[in-house]
Write a protein that binds this ligand. Structure first.
Ligand SMILES: Nc1ncnc2c1ncn2[C@@H]1O[C@H](COP(=O)(O)OP(=O)(O)OP(=O)(O)O)[C@@H](O)[C@H]1O
Length: 278
């Protein structure tokens, strides 16, 4: 494993936003090399990052740079190699997840087809052994929050792709998690629906201020939603630059057309393609 770069060290020592919020997520020299039949594949190479409570952080980078591996580590689904560590609110991620403190939504909403919207949203509570009946009002409130009021009894097959993603987001929030992990949650949606979902996600995040880590291929989506964009490079996966997004909230769709928005997207694209971006 290589030593962390100066940039990684900077990202490690400074939270990704400037305020004094407590740190929710500490990623310390996280490295991951997979042993495959074709030889070792280094997905992550000593990546360090701190995320303060309530922040919205987007991870962008080329395919294969280790974004999903990193998210899976934060979810406790993958262990960092020796020498690295991930802590969520001071706890091991797996413990944090098992306590229902982590909400997770991936590109495939993976709803249970025989269960209604209500029952799908309730599912993580059942896994944790919590009584659904006692949380029924909260579940209905979440379904309303994601804009699906009136669809509580619908089956996944009766919903559009965007509606299914909203169910997945409601399900990720049902345990009232402290940290939300989203891996390309809108990747399968068309551009118009994606923008709508970006607005929805901003509204949901503003209502709850859950610390959020979003993996996306969409530079515009990252800039629209995040306080901070972490740009990664591939082979091996590491941080290229941590960029603060200066636009005030709430952000409206009109931001997508503004010159300063395009300028920041261009800068990020430059960093992604190794042009420095400054
Ligand atoms: N379980 C695994 N076994 C072997 N190699 C793996 C495994 N998981 C990931 N990799 C490899 O690690 C590297 C990083 O994969 P990862 O899925 O984290 O990248 P990514 O940035 O999320 O990619 P994408 O944007 O295409 O989803 C890739 O080269 C991938 O092939």
């Amino acid at each position: 494993m290589n030593a962390p770069t100066a940039r990684d060290a900077l990202a490690m020592t400074e939270p990704v936003t400037a305020d004094d919020a407590p740190v929710d997520l500490v990623i310390d020299r996280a490295a991951k090399t997979f042993r495959t039949a074709q030889g070792p594949v280094t997905a992550l190479d000593g990546l360090s990052l701190k995320v303060p409570r309530g922040a919205f952080v987007a991870l962008i980078g080329p395919s294969g740079c280790g974004k999903s591996t990193l998210l899976r580590m934060v979810a406790g689904l993958e262990q960092p190699d020796d020498g690295g560590a991930v802590l969520v609110r001071g706890k091991h991620p797996e413990q944090f997840r098992k306590e229902g403190e982590l909400g997770i939504a991936f590109q495939d909403p993976a709803l249970l087809p025989w269960r209604s919207v209500f029952a799908n949203v309730a599912f993580p509570l059942q896994i944790l052994g919590r009584p659904v009946a006692r949380h029924a009002d909260a579940i209905r409130g979440l379904i309303e929050l994601v804009g699906l009021k009136g669809h509580e009894d619908a089956l996944p097959a009766e919903l559009s792709g965007g509606m299914r993603q909203r169910v997945a987001i409601a399900r990720a929030l049902v345990t009232d998690p402290s940290v939300l992990l989203l891996d390309e949650p809108f990747g399968a949606l068309d551009q118009i629906l994606r923008r709508t979902m970006n607005m929805e996600l901003q509204r949901i995040w503003a209502a709850r201020r859950t610390t959020t880590l979003l993996v996306t291929h969409g530079i515009d989506e990252a800039v629209f939603l995040a306080d901070t964009v972490v740009v990664m490079h591939a082979r091996p996966g590491r941080i290229a630059e941590v960029v603060t997004v200066p636009f005030p909230r709430p952000r409206t769709p009109e931001l997508f057309g503004r010159p300063e928005f395009h300028a920041l997207c261009d800068r990020l694209a430059g960093i992604l393609h190794g042009e420095g971006g400054r």
